[in-house]
Design a protein around this ligand. Structure first.
Ligand SMILES: NC(=O)c1ccc[n+]([C@@H]2O[C@H](COP(=O)([O-])OP(=O)(O)OC[C@H]3O[C@@H](n4cnc5c(N)ncnc54)[C@H](O)[C@@H]3O)[C@@H](O)[C@H]2O)c1
Length: 377
């Protein structure tokens, strides 16, 4: 198959993951990196043996077909728009954009130019989430009637040296972490039709707890404690808790309740983990893995445990889909719908009411073990 020449704009923290994992996928040929900060681009280029370019140079580069947008969330829309205007396919880190209008504009622009837009997260392509998907699709759980999903902690100012932006509009637990959980719910259950929420910021200021700015206090400008209800077109009702105000909790990352049993899904922020299920009210049992390559551990996590990490899988699927003339899984309709859900949760909380979705999407196609294997070198 034809390889796509890949460029990256944004050479910060997450760029090392993309530069490390792109070479394990057949359809991707890493070519060049760029950043507003040329020194950052030069550092990454030297580390990974690719070309350092200016942003304008990369946008014009004839050997680059797709550009990965790894800039900060507030720059995603403008940078992805520039990529499309330059006639190249775009693949963005999450969240795709910060408003629904921005998402629709990118979708229209891509369509008019015959280009693809893809967006992280691609963790739902991981072995565990595809196993959960297969169990739902096989039907033994019956219709999924509801569930819960929780993303809770006490934020990142105790370890992150520059945590300010996480607490401003455009971030917060819903826009920063919500994409993993909501995208996985949509791939498992289908699109959302309406949401309600209660939202607040318990702490109006945060204090940096490490690094050069240790002790500095900054204001919080967005809700950090969100309790939402999601109604799915398929009939399921899911409670979503997203908070950076909680020290400890005992909620599972994701539980789904079917007519004939329950399904326990591991953290959608990662590709792997244990899937458990019950047959009606029977014991909770671990579901045996089915040899999905994107569940195989290949990395040590921050806590020292072995982890499966196949970031770039969504990008590789998009490159293969372009070659094969089929839809890609981490597509713009899915990403725009997830932006609609997230921004509607914040709106529902601000206005204390139900908000109807104005977008919808297809569930992305399941990714079988064989299809996943075919993406790898
Ligand atoms: N860091 C992580 O672990 C992680 C994990 C998953 C997803 N993400 C997502 O990836 C994206 C990047 O995160 P990060 O942690 O790497 O951020 P970062 O701040 O470390 O790096 C961002 C880089 O983008 C550059 N940049 C900003 N605006 C630009 C512009 N307009 N044009 C060109 N370059 C620009 C900056 O100079 C910087 O080098 C975010 O959307 C984040 O949500 C990060």
């Amino acid at each position: 198959m034809a390889q796509l020449g890949v460029g990256i704009i944004g050479c910060g923290n997450i760029s090392t993951t993309y530069l490390k994992f792109a070479p394990i996928f057949k359809s991707l040929k890493l070519v060049a990196v760029a950043d507003l900060n040329m020194a950052a681009a030069e550092t990454r280029a030297a580390e990974y043996g690719v070309r350092a370019d200016t942003v304008e140079g990369l946008l014009a580069a004839p050997d680059v077909n797709v550009i990965v947008n790894l800039t900060i969330p507030g720059a995603h829309y403008a940078v992805s728009k520039k990529i499309l205007e330059a006639g190249k396919h775009a693949y963005s880190e999450k969240p795709l954009v910060l408003t629904l209008d921005e998402g629709k504009e990118l979708r229209d622009l891509a369509e008019a130019k015959g280009l693809r837009v893809g967006s992280a997260p691609d963790t739902f392509l991981g072995g565990s989430h595809q196993l959960a998907r297969a169990l739902i699709d096989e039907g033994s759980l019956g219709r999924i009637i509801g569930g819960t999903s929780h993303i809770m902690g006490h934020g990142m100012e105790h370890w992150h040296p520059n945590p300010d932006w996480f607490y401003q509009p455009g971030a917060g637990p819903i826009l920063d972490m919500g994409p993993y959980y909501i995208t996985n719910l949509v791939q498992l259950l289908g699109p959302v039709t309406s949401v309600a929420a209660l939202t607040k910021a318990t702490f109006t200021e945060r204090t940096i707890g490490n690094g050069a700015r240790n002790g500095e206090v900054f204001p919080v400008g967005t809700p950090t404690d969100i309790h939402a209800l999601l109604e799915f077109a398929g009939g399921a009702t899911v409670t979503l808790g997203a908070s950076w105000d909680v020290w400890k909790h005992r909620h599972a990352n994701m539980e789904l309740y079917g007519e004939n049993g329950s399904l326990f899904v591991p953290d959608p922020n990662f590709f792997g983990g244990t899937v458990e299920t019950t047959e009606k009210g029977g014991d909770i049992t671990t579901v045996e893995e089915r040899g999905h390559p994107f569940g195989v551990t290949n990395q040590e996590g921050n806590d020292g445990t072995a982890r499966a990490n196949y970031r770039c899988a969504g990008l590789a699927d998009m490159a293969t889909a372009i070659d094969e003339g089929r839809p890609h899984r981490c597509n713009i309709d899915l990403a725009v719908h997830v932006v609609d859900v997230m921004t509607s949760i914040l709106k529902a909380g601000a206005e204390k009411r139900f908000v109807e979705m104005t977008t919808t999407c297809e569930r992305p196609a399941a990714l079988s073990p064989n299809e996943a294997r075919a993406l790898l070198v």
